[in-house]
Design a protein around this ligand. Sequence first.
Ligand code: CO8
Length: 298
Amino acid sequence: MALRAALRPKCAFLGLLQSSGSHGRVSTVLVSQMRNNTTAPKIKVDFNQSTGVAVLSMQSPPVNSLSLDFLTELCINLEKLEMDKACRGLIITSTQPKVFSAGLDIMEMYGKSPERCGEFWRAVQEMWLKIYGSNMVTIAAINGSSPAGGCLLGLTCDYRIMADNPRYTIGLNETLLGIVAPFWFKDTMVNTVGHRNTEMALELGLLYSPSEALKIGLVDKLVPQDQLLTTATETMTKWLAIPDHARQITKSMMRKPTIDKLTSNREADIQNFVSFITKDSIQKSLRMYLEMLKKRKA
Ligand code: CO8
């Protein structure tokens, strides 16, 4: 019970995200910036009024890892775009060289209090709910490696285009870190590439090259890096030619059962995450993985 109470949204931003007032959103940005002690935005949005398409660029060096601050800013921007009737399409990409997103920020899961872990996990859920359930057409322009949460971010979109560079990898590699992809990560992957591919990918923590990812349907198209945004824009035009209401109802019909599964188990999912991630054995696995990352670099 105490843990449950501790995991209720404590963070000002999450309470504010649930309210629809624009003042709430402005305050939230300030809270996030103060915590991070920086004013450099981690997200850039270019909205083209005439096409109704926004390009959201992740610009958090070095690897766009999904920290609580990053997720806060991302969710605020997503909510703003979702509420803007003029915005019909969203392209998500990265300004970082070679990396789309390195997934969840491992430092958010290592050596943190249960309260902080709970707050972080709620923000991860929020990101997924906002994109997977979006009324906008969402296209991921994956211009670099995209492991774990980075792959999930791509999978939540309607369509994925990846830069055809054999040095990039994509996949849900959680088991390599000694952790387990939660059921809604798994469900999102099953909905995209089917049960068998997901079973192998998740058990082995497979990271696919772009051509392997295309083969199993983890991404929909490969293009040279310099054609990524043009192709995403052309693809968006095709999707936007479908009447919004018919496409949106169809999308909801396909995704609602998966979304409902998380929304009706949200608190339990947070508790599961917190009790799992704070275990000594899991903390040890994360420490070893972090050391491996550093060593690989040296
Ligand atoms: N979180 C925090 N820091 C990271 C992360 C990350 N996910 N990834 C990389 N970094 C850091 C590195 O440690 C390094 O730090 P420093 O400069 O201080 O040494 C810096 O970012 C740059 O990293 P690299 O030198 O490795 O950069 P490269 O361009 O060579 O490679 C990669 C980029 C391919 C993204 C590489 O960094 C990589 O493979 N990173 C690890 C990615 C990963 O495994 N992510 C998994 C995160 S877990 C997740 O998303 C889902 C968890 C679900 C939880 C379920 C629990 C129940």
